[in-house]
Design a protein around this ligand. Structure first.
Ligand SMILES: Nc1ncnc2c1ncn2[C@@H]1O[C@H](COP(=O)(O)OP(=O)(O)OP(=O)(O)O)[C@@H](O)[C@H]1O
Length: 495
């Protein structure tokens, strides 16, 4: 296969997008003077200004707020909360948020919470980019709605597409709710709930299949549930995937339950169904051009053929381990195979996919969160929601595809995958591998759809390519040292 990039007649060198369609915001130029490995934040150009005095600042972006038909009248004007105090939250929740150093609500939190917490409760569909704090938004809503004086009674249910994400949400509930007396959270994921024992927790987080089972087995009393959250809602409602299970769960719940749908992406084909699942919902929506996180430098490497991909991957290993990295592949078999080969070649990597048993998966991710493992090779099971702030690089070893025979590029999955880096105002790098016309066309199509200016990394000049990537990664490390993630066990991500 000839070098694909050599066939790009685009004068805008290196960009997959045609020049007629310039990106809204091209990736920032790398700082002229890259910091040394042990740089303090003050030494890093740009990083500290973005961080501000009190932590990370999320970038500016526009959001369209639509009130539900029933409330769209002048008697209920919409107000966005700019401080936590604006929301009149119960004291322990406010304390929990501040203890995490969440000094003020992010945009999605400030805009969604006044609507979610107003009475009578209304459904909500909330879209905002990856890493902008959707979890804390719905967790704050759950904790505010639950009556903790009745601590054995299930009252709130959050559903997520993977056990890893359910566990992570459980962790965020425990972190924000740490000052709440009688806080208990049950994880309804495979193997976690003792069979036959009733679930006596006010808050339950789970995956749809297991939740369906525990309700059917009458382990979970759903009669007093008042709030249902679907995280990664577009994925959860997708009829090709988890849609059927989620609908079955919802049909077993009280009819007047408040439904909250959160995701970074809501493709048109899901929107209509979302309207049925959560009728008359308030909504926060993004323009398609607003979907990508500007702090993520999106690059691609044109590999002459499929075999060379592995060699290029190994060449990137040094960069992957400056911070932490996730390599996304299409199948479990290729995750295993690449992991085996890289390990045999002396690299320290781990594979994570749904064929591992639950405890093994929990263990692998926990080691990754603590920084004990720096490189994970994963299938799409980790594409959505997973929040590890020191992930500075995401590699699309395979371009995500969907449809019968993988006929179409999967733009949403691309966005979620690369969103594992660049969390909450941090910077990060994504590198996608293309190696034939199909993968090249797929990536071009994704880039055009989102208005992304993809930068081509030239593997003929490896030093230059490496420098480009290294600069972003070092900035991420400096940010992690300056503003370590509040909800992760590893308090200093750069340590
Ligand atoms: N108000 C806040 N102030 C500071 N940090 C925050 C705030 N809210 C959330 N964060 C941090 O931002 C990071 C990203 O949040 P979160 O995982 O909720 O993003 P998300 O929008 O759900 O992303 P995704 O679409 O990938 O699921 C987390 O590490 C979280 O601790």
């Amino acid at each position: 296969m000839a070098d694909l990039a050599s066939r790009i007649t685009d004068p805008n060198e290196g960009a997959v997008n045609p020049p007629a369609d310039p990106p809204a915001d091209p990736p920032a130029d790398p700082p002229a003077d890259p910091p040394a490995d042990d740089a303090t934040p003050a030494q890093v150009d740009g990083a500290v200004e973005e961080l501000g005095g009190s932590g990370l600042q999320e970038p500016e972006w526009d959001v369209e707020v639509s009130l539900s038909e029933l409330q769209n009248n002048e008697a209920t004007p919409f107000h966005s909360a700019t401080t936590w105090q604006d929301l009149n939250l119960p004291e322990p929740i406010l304390k929990g948020l501040l203890a995490l150093n969440f000094l003020k609500p992010s945009k999605v939190q400030g805009k969604s919470l006044p609507l979610i917490l107003s009475n009578p409760p209304r459904n909500m569909l909330a879209q905002s980019q990856s890493g902008t704090g959707k979890t804390a938004a719905f967790v704050t809503a759950i904790l505010t709605r639950v009556d903790f004086t009745n601590p054995d009674q299930p009252q709130a249910l959050a559903l997520a597409p993977s056990r890893e994400l359910a566990r992570q949400i459980e962790g965020v509930i425990n972190a924000i709710g740490r000052f709440i007396e009688n806080l208990k959270v049950a994880a309804a994921i495979p193997g976690a709930l003792p069979r036959g024992e009733p679930v006596r927790s006010p808050v339950i987080v789970g995956t749809p299949g297991t939740v369906m089972d525990v309700i059917r087995r009458r382990q979970l009393d759903v009669s007093k549930l008042k709030i249902l959250v679907l995280d990664e809602a577009d994925n959860m409602l997708d009829q090709q995937g988890l849609g059927d299970q989620c609908l079955r769960v919802k049909n077993m719940l009280p009819k007047n339950i408040q439904v909250l749908l959160f995701s970074a992406t809501f493709p048109d084909k899901v929107m209509q169904y979302a309207g049925k699942f959560a009728p008359d919902a308030h909504s926060l929506k993004l323009q398609r051009s607003e979907l990508t996180v500007k702090g993520i430098s999106q690059m691609f490497i044109d590999c002459p053929d499929d075999n060379i991909k592995y060699d290029v991957l190994c060449k990137l290993y040094g960069l992957m381990t400056i911070g932490q990295s996730v390599i996304f592949v299409k199948t479990r078999d290729s995750a295993n195979e690449i992991s085996r080969r890289m390990t045999a070649d002396g690299h320290k990597v781990s594979a994570l996919h749904a064929a591992f048993d639950g405890n093994e998966r929990d263990d692998l991710l926990s080691k990754f969160r603590k920084g004990e493992n720096k490189v994970l090779i994963a299938t799409n099971v980790l594409a959505r929601g997973i929040d590890v702030s020191s992930v500075s690089m995401v590699i699309n070893y395979d371009i995500p595809m969907k449809g019968r025979g993988d006929s179409e590029p999967d733009a949403e999955t691309y966005l979620h995958r690369i969103g594992r880096t660049g969390r909450f105002g941090r910077v990060g790098v994504s590198i996608s591998f293309v190696y034939d016309k199909k993968s090249f066309d797929a990536l071009s199509n994704i880039a055009q759809g989102f208005g992304i200016d993809l930068v081509r990394l030239d593997t003929d000049d490896w030093d230059e390519a490496e420098e480009r990537v290294k600069e972003v990664i070092k900035k991420n490390r400096a940010q992690a040292a300056y503003a370590p993630s509040a909800t992760e066990p590893k308090q200093n991500a750069a340590a």
